[in-house]
Design a protein around this ligand. Structure first.
Ligand code: HEC
Length: 504
């Protein structure tokens, strides 16, 4: 550990340029660490920085970090500081190697492909080890939080079941407790100010879900509208609800979290900000002279709930100061200047380069037109400093449903919608899906495969990307969009976009 100003740096002090930066800095449940104002963690691209706006935290007895459930896990097991408060597949593999698969991370629920498989064998945990995926078990037919059944507009059949869990006599769709198993990535638990804020400048009676124009749900405790930006399917829209559910499912707790534990967890979640703080190639990311949106300090100080799809308010601010390296007449730009210029071009591609967004379920059919010409930022990634879609809406980008994406490692379901259901606009009433997504919450045909955008910070620390871990690298992510929307990025544009995302 190395002390840099007020910032503690964990792990290797000499960062090599090759990406060989050693092991991730794993925090085990119950271990003592002190989170002061700031911590840094090395990753392949440089260093992630975490800042804490609350009092210093000693993790030893803190309910986010302590193994308070039955299986030895804590929240931190899947929300690791070194991985931008998510968990990378690389870290999962390192954990397997370090513990011979004995770490509570690999508990049968939900760190294996199915609890009925022989535990302790790599093959039984393949989705976690290859794609960083956890099994999310959802009741079938869909149920509301209070346990009441939700009227469903479709039936589900299992077409293929590589993990065995959906056909399993104990855990499957036709078991005594009919359950759908889908597999999802942990989402970063940080920068929550942005995730929890409603759009600014909108009067409360207009707070509706983009998809179906129904009013947003309300927080049962406060009666206030909630943002619906949490979780890929929005099933638990408050931190409190989410923590309680995580206690029961991921930690296998037998009793509810206490009021004190809930307060401590929520206070911690609201106090921390993460972003890449240092880039091996661009140097220090925050501070004067650099693009104002980089580094976690920008997140700490920035305004939540703002729309960044216009030239006055650009999602991640301006990168102009890096665009044209000033150099002495005739001098060649340094590699650092060249990299910074590439990042700045990537920011412009993200913001300006328009392409035809086509056949996105519960998006193009909402009066925008199909196709609809927009850029990454003006199409969907428009929340200032975090890049989610500020208008909460679930959509089928093409990650979960055929024919856009086909995966051999995930279960495949055939959803057949009832004749009187509003069909999914582009796929109709028979939909092949790897994860019905939002439809497992609403029961609606048109929501099959739809999910919520997620924040774009700390990306270098938490591959793979997308809710099903589809893209192992930022390049694969860019290639997905390029294919899906026939964008036709040049190689240079792709590299610029990748470099841009690597410093977020
Ligand atoms: C076994 C792994 C695991 C553990 C342990 C775990 N989580 Fe999570 N967490 C996940 C996954 C997976 C998701 C994404 C679920 C989805 O999108 O459907 C998630 C999502 C979240 C989110 C939503 C973040 C966002 O921006 O969408 C919050 C908040 C959260 N978890 C808090 C907690 C808390 C608090 C605990 C401890 C009580 C905890 N988690 C324990 C795996 C885990």
């Amino acid at each position: 550990m190395l002390l840099v100003g007020t910032t503690l740096v964990f792990g290797a002090s000499a960062m090599s340029q090759s990406g060989d930066y050693g092991e991730s800095q794993w925090w085990s449940p119950g271990e003592e660490h002190v989170i002061g104002d700031a911590l840094e963690f090395p990753n392949a691209e440089g260093r992630l920085r975490l800042i804490n706006t609350g009092d210093p935290i000693n993790t030893a007895n803190h309910p986010f970090f302590a193994p308070i459930g039955e299986n030895g896990r804590a929240c931190v097991t899947c929300h690791q500081p070194t991985d931008a408060m998510s968990l990378s597949a690389k870290t999962a593999r390192e954990r397997w190697d370090a513990t011979g698969g004995k770490d509570p991370l690999f508990a049968a629920i939900d760190g294996s492909n199915c609890p009925s498989l022989p535990q302790g064998e790599k093959a039984s945990h393949s989705l976690l080890l290859t794609k960083g995926l956890f099994r999310i078990a959802r009741p079938w037919p869909p149920k509301a939080a209070d346990g009441s059944e939700i009227e469903r507009e479709f039936e589900l059949e299992v077409v293929s079941d590589p993990t065995g869990c959906n056909l399993d006599p104990q855990y499957g769709l036709t078991s005594a407790n009919p359950t759908v198993s889908v597999f999802r990535r942990p989402r970063p638990v940080a920068n929550m100010k942005y995730m929890l804020s409603l759009p600014h400048g909108v009067t409360p009676h207009e707070y509706f879900l983009y998809n179906d124009k129904t009013l947003l749900p309300k927080d049962p405790e406060t009666g206030e509208f909630v943002s619906v930006q949490l979780m890929s399917d929005g099933r638990l829209p408050t931190l409190r609800g989410q923590a309680g559910d995580a206690g029961f499912t991921h930690l296998e707790m037998l009793a509810d979290l206490t009021e004190d534990e809930l307060l401590q967890i929520e206070a911690f979640e609201r106090a921390i900000y993460v972003a890449q703080g240092y880039s091996n190639r661009a140097g220090e990311l925050g501070g004067p002279g650099n693009p104002p949106g980089l580094g976690p300090e920008a997140l700490r100080d920035g305004p939540p709930g703002e729309l960044g799809n216009n030239p006055v308010n650009r999602v991640f601010g301006t990168f102009d100061m890096w665009l044209n390296p000033e150099s002495k007449a005739g001098a060649k730009p340094t590699p650092k200047q060249e990299f910074r210029a590439s990042v700045a071009r990537g920011a412009n591609v993200f913001f300006d380069k328009r392409f035809f967004i086509k056949d996105v379920g519960v998006y193009n059919d909402k009066g925008l037109g199909n196709p609809f010409k927009r850029s990454c930022a003006s199409g969907c990634h428009n929340t200032v400093l975090t890049g989610m879609d500020l208008a909460p809406g679930f959509m089928d980008l093409g990650l979960n449903n055929w024919p856009w994406n086909k995966r051999d490692d995930l279960p495949l379901f055939k959803a057949t919608c009832h004749d009187d259901a509003v069909p999914q606009s582009y796929l109709g009433r028979v939909i092949y899906t790897h994860d019905p997504g939002r439809a497992l919450v609403t029961g609606k045909c048109r929501d099959i495969g739809a999910s919520m955008t997620q924040q774009m910070r700390g990306l270098a620390a938490r591959a793979p990307y997308f809710m099903g871990g589809d893209s192992d690298t930022l390049r694969e992510m860019v290639d997905f969009y390029d294919r899906r929307f026939n964008i036709g990025y040049t190689d240079q544009e792709k590299q610029d976009l990748i470099n841009f995302m690597s410093v977020l």
